[in-house]
Design a protein around this ligand. Structure first.
Ligand SMILES: [Zn+2]
Length: 247
């Protein structure tokens, strides 16, 4: 481990609780607490089996999903090429989260104990790659609540409230009315902010509201909101050249 990484880890340790990294205990060199129930059935090796399964899923999704390929291309074109081994890790997390983005190490965490389906892994990778893209493109400051709110609005907008909600959250009703969609994005973004920061609902809501118009309108690098059961995912990948992602 390089000195730089060591330093970043130390910093994580100090600020972990405040910035939500206690949700990812393995970030701090610890291990997720295994409950007696897990131990009874699986012994201590389950974590390693989970990790291997998770890594296989990640590799499969990256190879097969047009959406993830689009994000990989977009990141590469923005000068932030993703090295799967270096930038994406499977770890055990607290059960309130499925994934995360750690800006200090520029790593996406896929929660191996929570992501047991390809569709969920795709959802996590896509969501966290939006954060990675924003961090790369805008030098996002994750400690700034408005910056965080903005990237969560974008992740909710581009994924969860349309296409991905059907896969990940089992929500089958289409959001046909514009303000219903906007409300979904706001609610989801507020929940995401609350999941990783110890702020009040009021603070989270104010941060989301204060940056909503410009962040909701920013559809890079997808260029369109993905609709459920549509060809949008493939079309967005085919049209990636129009957005300057030429790899
Ligand atoms: Zn997020």
């Amino acid at each position: 481990m390089s000195e730089e990484h060591q330093e970043a880890k130390e910093q994580n340790r100090d600020e972990g609780e405040k910035w939500g990294y206690d949700l990812y205990p393995e970030r701090k060199g610890g291990k997720r607490k295994v409950g007696w129930w897990d131990l009874l059935w699986w012994g201590d090796d389950k974590g390693e089996i989970d990790r291997q399964k998770c890594e296989r899923r990640v590799a499969y999704v990256i190879e097969k999903s047009p959406l993830i390929k689009l994000m990989m291309d977009a990141l590469k074109s923005s000068g932030c090429e993703v090295d799967i081994r270096r930038h994406i890790v499977c770890e055990g997390c607290e059960k309130t989260v499925t994934g995360g983005y750690d800006p200090t190490l520029n790593q996406i965490v896929v929660c191996q104990n929570m992501c047991r389906q390809d569709s969920v892994v795709q959802g996590v990778l896509f969501h966290e790659m939006i954060h990675m893209f924003d961090y790369c493109r805008n030098k996002l400051d994750f400690k700034n609540l408005q910056h965080l709110a903005c990237t969560e609005i974008r992740a909710a907008n581009l994924a969860h409230c349309s296409f991905m909600s059907a896969l990940v959250e089992g929500n089958v009703s289409p959001f046909s009315i514009a303000n219903q969609h906007a409300k979904c994005v706001k609610d989801k973004a507020i929940m995401s902010v609350l999941a990783v920061r110890k702020v009040s609902l009021e603070e989270a809501r104010n941060a989301v509201e204060s940056v909503f118009p410009q962040c909701y309108a920013d559809l890079e690098p997808i260029g369109r909101r993905l609709r459920r059961n549509s060809q949008d995912m493939n079309i967005a990948y085919m049209e990636r050249h129009y957005y300057g992602y030429t790899s």
